[in-house]
Ligand binder design. Structure first.
Ligand SMILES: [Zn+2]
Length: 138
């Protein structure tokens, strides 16, 4: 992406999460969102982290914590920016994935697949927002 990505707001993130939960039959999950530049304490990241997003989940209790950093997504001075909405769906794919996929979390192939899925889901979400009658707007 060459242009600066649109920053993600908390209300926009909540809307996307609601849509995802409905589409993926995950409405019984409790998903906590943190859309802020500085990493939350549970991430163990340092303040200057360049990580676009992270998640933590308790599968048994169906609770997840998601963090997306607009600052890290802009990646100023870096070679590529990240769409924060893709970063959000990326973390949601981790939350929705099986334990096997979760175990591959930091493996290159697993991450590549999660990222591809996140981009496809972002495209589907944007289409659903644009054409609610055709896709349902959750
Ligand atoms: Zn990931």
């Amino acid at each position: 992406m060459t242009t600066s990505p649109t920053p993600l707001t908390l209300p926009a993130a909540r809307k996307a999460v609601r849509w995802f939960q409905k589409a993926m039959r995950m409405r019984d999950w409790e998903i906590h969102l943190e859309i802020q530049d500085d990493p939350p304490e549970w991430t163990d990241e340092d303040r200057n982290s360049r990580t676009a997003g992270m998640c933590s989940r308790q599968r048994r209790y169906k609770i997840a914590w998601l963090w997306v950093s607009n600052r890290a997504c802009r990646n100023e001075g870096g070679d590529r920016s990240v769409d924060p909405l893709v970063a959000l769906f990326h973390e949601l794919v981790h939350v929705a994935s099986s334990e096997g996929c979760w175990a591959q979390d930091h493996e290159e192939v697993g991450e590549f697949v999660v990222e591809r899925l996140a981009r496809l889901i972002t495209t589907a979400y944007r289409a659903a927002q644009k054409y609610p009658k055709a896709f349902g707007n959750g």
